[in-house]
Write a protein that binds this ligand. Structure first.
Ligand code: KIV
Length: 272
C-alpha cells in the first residue's frame, strides 16, 4: 500500500511516479491491475464522463459518488480525489468538511485543489491540520478557465513564470505533499522540480517532472479532444464502435442470439 512517504522516496530515488485518472469501478480496476502508482478521481470526469464543456459544474456529490466507485475497483491503490470548484473557496470550515467527506464517504487517501494564491495556501494548511494529505495543482488550472481566458499554456511571460515558481515554493511550505503541474513550459517544470523536495507530477509540463499523469479517456483514445501533451496508446473509440456495430448487425440479421446463447433451445428451430 502506497502512502505519502512512498512518493517522496520515489523522488529521492529518481523513480518516475505514474498517476492515471479513473472515475469508476472498472477503470480503477484496470489502472490498479496495470500497476499505476496512484489514481486521480479528477474533476475532468465532468468533461469525459458527464459531457460538460468544462469542469466548473462538477459537484462534491459527483466526486464522492465516483470516488466510491473507483475505491471499489482500486484495491489498496492510493487515490487522490479532486476538490471541485467552490468546495474550498468559501471558508475554512466548509473546506475542511468537504475534504473530509472525500476521505470518509468517498474512500480517498488525499485531496487535490487548484491554485497557489494566499487563500489557497490557507486552505492547504487547514486541510493538512486535520491530517488529510493535500496535492496542489498549478499552471493551467481548469477551474480558473474563465479568469485565465481559456485553456492556455501558463508561465510563458517572465512575470507569470516567476509567479508560478514562487507559488510552488509556498505550496511546499504550506504542507502539500505533491504538486501537479499542468500546461507550462518544460523549463519551468524542470526548475520547479529541481527546487522542490516534494514530488511534481506533470501533465503538459515537459519531461523533467518527477512523474506524469494522463486522463484515462485521453490515453485510451476515448476522448473527443486531443491536446498536444497527450500520447494516445489505444483507439478504444474505434474498437468500441466496431464492436457495437457488430452486435447491431447480428441482431438485425438474426444471427444473435444463436442456439448457444439460449436457455432450453427449441430443437430444429433456426434463427428467426
Ligand atoms: O481533473 C483532472 O483530471 C486533473 C488532471 C488533469 C491533473 O486535474
Amino acid at each position: 500500500m502506497q502512502n505519502i512517504q512512498t512518493y517522496l522516496r520515489m523522488k529521492q530515488e529518481r523513480k518516475k511516479i505514474v498517476m492515471i485518472t479513473a472515475y469508476d469501478y472498472p477503470a480503477a480496476k484496470f489502472v490498479q491491475e496495470a500497476g499505476a502508482d496512484m489514481i486521480l478521481v479528477g474533476d475532468s470526469l465532468g468533461m469525459v464522463v458527464l459531457g460538460y464543456t468544462d469542469t466548473i459544474k462538477v459537484t462534491l456529490a459527483d466526486i464522492i459518488h465516483h470516488t466510491r466507485a473507483a475505491r471499489r475497483g482500486a484495491g489498496d491503490t492510493f487515490i487522490v480525489a479532486d476538490m471541485p470548484y467552490l468546495s474550498y473557496h468559501l471558508d475554512l470550515i466548509s473546506t475542511k468538511r468537504n475534504a473530509a467527506r472525500l476521505l470518509v464517504e468517498g474512500g480517498a487517501n488525499a485531496v487535490k485543489l487548484e491554485g497557489g494564491k494566499e487563500s489557497r495556501l490557507e486552505a492547504i494548511r487547514a486541510i493538512r491540520d486535520i491530517e488529510i494529505p493535500v496535492v496542489a495543482h498549478l499552471g493551467l488550472t481548469p477551474q480558473s478557465i474563465n479568469s485565465l481566458g481559456g485553456y492556455r499554456v501558463q508561465g510563458t511571460t517572465d512575470r507569470s513564470y516567476r509567479e508560478i515558481l514562487a507559488q510552488a515554493l509556498a505550496i511546499q511550505d504550506a504542507g502539500a505533499f505533491l504538486l501537479v503541474l499542468e500546461g507550462i513550459p518544460e523549463k519551468l517544470g524542470k526548475e520547479i522540480t529541481e527546487k522542490l523536495d516534494i514530488p511534481t507530477i506533470g501533465i503538459g509540463a515537459g519531461r523533467f517532472t518527477d512523474g506524469q499523469v494522463l486522463v484515462y479517456h485521453d490515453l485510451l483514445g476515448l476522448a473527443d479532444i486531443r491536446p498536444k501533451f497527450v500520447k494516445v496508446y489505444g483507439n478504444l473509440h474505434e474498437r468500441i464502435t466496431e464492436n457495437l456495430q457488430s452486435f447491431i448487425m447480428d441482431v438485425r440479421s438474426g444471427s444473435f442470439p444463436a442456439q448457444e446463447n439460449v436457455y432450453y433451445p427449441i430443437e430444429n428451430e433456426g434463427n428467426k
